[in-house]
Structure formats: C-alpha cells, structure tokens
Design a protein around this ligand. Structure first.
Ligand SMILES: NC(=O)c1ccc[n+]([C@@H]2O[C@H](COP(=O)([O-])OP(=O)(O)OC[C@H]3O[C@@H](n4cnc5c(N)ncnc54)[C@H](OP(=O)(O)O)[C@@H]3O)[C@@H](O)[C@H]2O)c1
Length: 292
C-alpha cells in the first residue's frame, strides 16, 4: 500500500473534487447534533462533494442547518425521480413536471439557488421501487426537462442513476456529468456502464460502495478476503474496499455514507491510499464469487 496526493482529486462535471465525498443518506435517522457534527467534520476533512436527496427525510434540512451558507467549493448533488409517501415510504415521480417540482423542492429545503448536479434516478428495474403505469416515462422527455433546468441555471449538471448502458448512450447528447449505479468490490454489475463513463469523462459515482446497511447486499467490511488484506496492509476493511474502487477506475468518485465521525475520517483518508498489487489482484477476483 502507498499513500499518494497525485490522484486524490477527480472531475465531477466541471468541478475538481476530492475523490472521496460524502453520501448523506445515512443521516436520515441521525439526531440533529450528531448529523451536524458529521457534516462539519466532513467539510473540515476536505470533503467538497455531498450527495443527498429530498426523499431522505430531513437530510436536506440537516445539510442546510450545518453548512449554509455554502462555500463556493462545495458541490451539493441531489437526485430526483421519487418522492416520499405517507404509507409506502417512496413512490416513483418520473414525469417531467414532477422532476421540475423536485428540483424546486431540493433548492428550497437546501436553501440553495443552484444545485451542482441533479441525478435522474430511473426506476425501471430494482433495486428499490419500480415504475408502473404512467410512471413509465420516456428518458428523452425527462432529459429535455433537465436540460431546460440547466439552461435556467438551476442545476449545473445532469446525472443519471440506476441506468443501463443503452440508457447512458441514449442520454450522452444531453451532456452527462456523472452516473450513480449500485456497485462495489463484491457487487459488480454495470462494469459496462463504468467503462462507458471512463471513455466519455463522466464521473462514475457508485452507490452503496461498502454494501450499505442493507441486509440484501453483501457487506464489503464483512468479507474475509477484504479483511485479511486490510489487516496485512494496516488499514481498515472499509478503507481497503473503497481504495479498490478508486484504483479500479480513474473515473470513480466515492460517496460512502456514515454517521460515525471516526469512520468518516477513515473514509476520507482513502483519497490518498493506493492498494498494492497483491490486494488489487485478490479483490479483482472477488466478483467471480460474489452473489449476482
Ligand atoms: N442513487 C441511488 O439510488 C442511491 C441509493 C442508495 C444510496 N445512494 C447514495 O450513496 C451513498 C452511499 O451509500 P450507502 O450510505 O447506502 O452505503 P455505503 O456507503 O455502502 O455504506 C454505509 C454503511 O457502511 C458503514 N460504514 C461507513 N463507513 C464505514 C467505515 N469506515 N467502517 C465501517 N463501516 C462503515 C455505515 O455505518 P456507520 O454509520 O456505522 O459508519 C453504513 O452502515 C448514500 O449515502 C446515498 O447518498 C444513492
């Protein structure tokens, strides 16, 4: 393992950002003081890319409480395509007018005039909710609305989430800043989408980079190969799994989520960690054993 400053920064659209950002979803159930502490600490540690969503309950308001007025260098990225629902938690909200309303709502709750990037979260296939009926919406009509919002200056860039290679290719003429799909060292569907991002200078921002807290996803920090190499290298299993992602493609930016300030510091440090060849090869081989 080596530490390096050289590859610590990457591109999110026009912006240079530390390659380890912060995914705010885990703050949904944090109390106010803990959430504010973690958000302050993230920025102190150099995080300049925060991923959120209006449908993460109070999270936008927590970000506003902790960090408003926002530093120019801080890129706040949100996602649209679903809204909270009183009984079903989340429902699809994919129609162009609904996407616009969600952008406006994110701006309001974040107290922002501009969102760095807005990810269109498609819901064609799991994980998560899937669209039916009139919520099955043509991608081009959604992109047209997002382009209009970008032209109006409300959003800086358009991102995609939960998309196939064909959908990414269809969207390329709109100018895509990033793609956010489920991907980590153990769950490697979408390698084709990653490759397309790398080819077009689009940031690849895998969600659930540690396997999240969901019980249906394999846990990166619980994997024995990851644990063994982390021990050998004197880093934590989370750092080993995240470092593999950064090393696997220069297009990758990370948004691990945590409520724990110690975990946060470990995760941010990964921007300057490179795995050795032994760990890289062992982790490369893990996907063959991982459940589909
Ligand atoms: N586009 C989408 O559809 C979509 C879907 C899901 C998520 N996201 C975004 O992606 C972000 C990341 O995904 P995620 O939060 O679901 O999952 P994740 O980052 O893969 O994992 C979070 C889990 O890992 C633990 N953890 C984090 N750092 C750790 C460390 N250093 N050591 C040990 N455990 C650690 C956290 O627990 P502790 O709190 O105890 O650290 C939490 O349980 C989200 O926050 C959200 O912004 C997007």
């Amino acid at each position: 393992m080596t530490t390096s400053q050289a590859n610590a920064y990457g591109k999110l659209g026009e912006h240079d950002v530390l390659r380890v950002g912060f995914g705010a979803m885990q703050l949904e159930h944090a109390d106010l003081a803990d959430a504010v502490k973690v958000l302050h600490r993230a920025v102190e540690l150099g995080v300049d890319h925060i991923d959120t969503a209006q449908f993460y309950g109070p999270v936008n308001e927590l970000i506003r409480t902790a960090l408003h007025p926002y530093a120019d260098r801080l890129q706040i990225v949100t996602k649209v395509g679903a809204v909270t629902h009183p009984t079903e938690r989340l429902v699809a909200a994919q129609k162009p007018a609904q996407l616009r309303a969600q952008v406006e709502e994110n701006l309001r709750t974040l107290g922002a005039e501009h969102l760095a990037v807005v990810n269109l979260r498609r819901v064609d296939t799991p994980p998560g909710i899937t669209a039916t009926g009139d919520q099955v919406v043509d991608l081009d009509s959604q992109l047209a609305e997002l382009i209009a919002l970008r032209d109006e200056g409300k959003i800086g860039g358009i991102g995609l989430s939960n998309v196939t290679l064909a959908q990414l290719r269809q969207a390329l003429p709109a100018g895509i800043a990033c793609v956010q799909n489920l991907y980590n060292v153990l769950t490697r569907d979408h390698e084709d989408v990653l490759a397309e991002c790398a080819e077009h200078g689009i940031a690849w921002v895998p969600y659930c980079p540690l396997g999240s807290a969901f019980d249906w996803l394999p846990s990166v920090t619980g994997n024995p190969v990851v644990i063994a190499h982390a021990e050998r290298l004197g880093i934590t299993p989370a750092q080993a799994g995240l470092a593999w992602l950064l090393g696997h493609s220069p297009a990758t930016l990370l948004i691990p989520g945590t409520r724990n300030p110690g975990h946060l510091a470990d995760n941010v440090a990964v921007a300057r960690i490179e795995l050795d060849q032994e760990a890289t090869s062992a982790f490369d081989a893990l996907a063959q054993d991982a459940p589909a």
